[in-house]
Design a protein around this ligand. Sequence first.
Ligand SMILES: Nc1nc2c(ncn2[C@@H]2O[C@H](COP(=O)(O)OP(=O)(O)OP(=O)(O)O)[C@@H](O)[C@H]2O)c(=O)[nH]1
Ligand SMILES: [Mg+2]
Length: 454
Amino acid sequence: MAQEGRSGICALHSFGLERTRNGRSAPPHQGVPDRAGRARQRAFLIAALPEGDDLSELRELLRTAGVAPVGELVQHRPRPHPNTYLGPGKVAELKALLEAADANVVACDDELAPRQERNLEAELGVPVIDRTAIILDIFAGHAHTAEGKLQVELAQLDYNLARMRGLWTHLERLGAGRMDGGIGTRGPGETQIETDRRLARDRIAALRRRLVEVGRHRDTMRAERERAHLPRVALAGYTNAGKSTLLNALTGSEVGVRDSLFHTLDPTTRTMRRDGRDYLVTDTVGFIRKLPHQLVEAFSATLEETRLADLVLHVVDACAPEEERSEMTRAVEDVLEEIGAGEASRLLVVNKADLLDAESRREIAFRHPGAVLVSAVSGEGLDELADRVAATFERMLLPVELLVPYAEGGRLAELHEVAGDLERTETADGVRVSARLPAAIAERYERFAVDGRS
Ligand SMILES: Nc1nc2c(ncn2[C@@H]2O[C@H](COP(=O)(O)OP(=O)(O)OP(=O)(O)O)[C@@H](O)[C@H]2O)c(=O)[nH]1
Ligand SMILES: [Mg+2]
C-alpha cells in the first residue's frame, strides 16, 4: 500500500488540511525513491473512453509527479460508470491486474466524483487518485514564489473540500495517523468532518485575502510597465511546448527550462528589442487538456498577464502527432476563452522545427498556413517571428498629429519611446509631432491632437 506517506502523490490528500491545522507549508515535491529508500509508488492507470487507448499524457504526468506506471486498463464506454467509473466487471478485472502488477495506487485519467473515488477504493483496497489530484500535486511541487504557493494551496483545498469525507481514512491508511486538531479546532457536538470543512473554508477565505494582497503588488508592477507604454506579448500554449525556451531565445534571458510538465508556474516578463522598439514578452503557466477548474480559478491573477496582452503567441509543439496537436491547440484555445483572452490578437507559433523532416514541414505548412515555424533551440524562424510580432503591432498603429507644449517635455520623451517613426518640428507654441502610436496609447495624447486627429 501507499505507506510512502509524504513522497509522491498520495500525500496530496493531506496537504491542504495539514496546513490548515498547523500552518506548515507542504512538503517539498520529492522524486522517488525518497531519502529513506522506501519503494517508489507503482501506479496502475485506468481510463473510460469512448474510443482509443492513448494514456501517454497520464504516464507523462505521473512521471513528472515521480510515480512509476506499471500497467494500464482502458474500458471503452460512452461515459464513465456513475458509481465506480469503470463498469463492475472491469473493476473486478482491475483488482486481479493490480495484484499481478504489484501496483500500490490506481491513477485515473479523469477527475472522479468523490463517490466514484470512494467506491473504487473500497473495491480495490488501494488509494485511487485522479487526474486533477496528480496535476495539483505537480503544481504543488513546482510552486516557488509566495503567490504561486498560495494559488496552489487554494486550488488543493478547494479540491479537498469536496472530498473531506475520505480524508481521515486516507491519512490512517497512509500511516500518518490521526492528527491532533489542536485547541479550539473541535467544537462541542461538532463532528470531525464539520470541523474539517469549517477549517478548510476559513483557510480558503484567508488564502483569498492574501492573494488579493499579493495581487496588489502585481498590479503596481503592471502599472509601472503600462506607464512605459510598451506593447505586451504573452506566450501561451500547452505545457512543454517550449514557451520558456522561446522566451529565452527571443529576449536573451535565462528562464528555467525542463522536459517536464508544468515546469513554469510564475509569470516572467522580459524585453524583446526589434528595430529600435521594445516589446514586453511574458511567459507563464502552460495549459493541458482537462485543466482542473480549481487551478484556472486560483491562478486567475497569474493568468491576468495573458488576458491583458495585446498579442498572444500560441506556441504549439510541432512534434506532436497531428490529431494530438489539434486537441492540444483546442485545449489551449478553450482555456484562453475561459480566462477572457479569447478576443486578443493571436499568432500561432509552431515550435521545435529542428525535429521535423521535410515531409512533416510540408504537412505543418499546409495545416497551419498562417503560422510561423520556429525552433527556439536552433534559432530557425526567430527573425521571422520577431518581424511578424512587429508587423502585428505596426498594423495596430494609428497616425497622430500632435502639438506638445514645451512645458510638457516629459510627454515628448515618452513619445520617443513608444512611437514608431516620429517626426518633430519645433514651433513657437511647442513641438509639432507626426507619429504612429498604438491605439490605446494614442487616446492618452488626445488633448495634444491638432487638425481634429488624435
Ligand atoms: N528540439 C527542441 N526542443 C525544444 C525546443 N524548444 C523547447 N524544447 C525542449 O522542450 C522541453 C520543454 O521546454 P520548455 O521551454 O520548458 O517548455 P514550456 O512550454 O515552458 O513548458 P512548461 O513551463 O512546463 O509549460 C525542454 O526539454 C526544451 O529543451 C525546440 O525548438 N527544439
Ligand atoms: Mg515553461
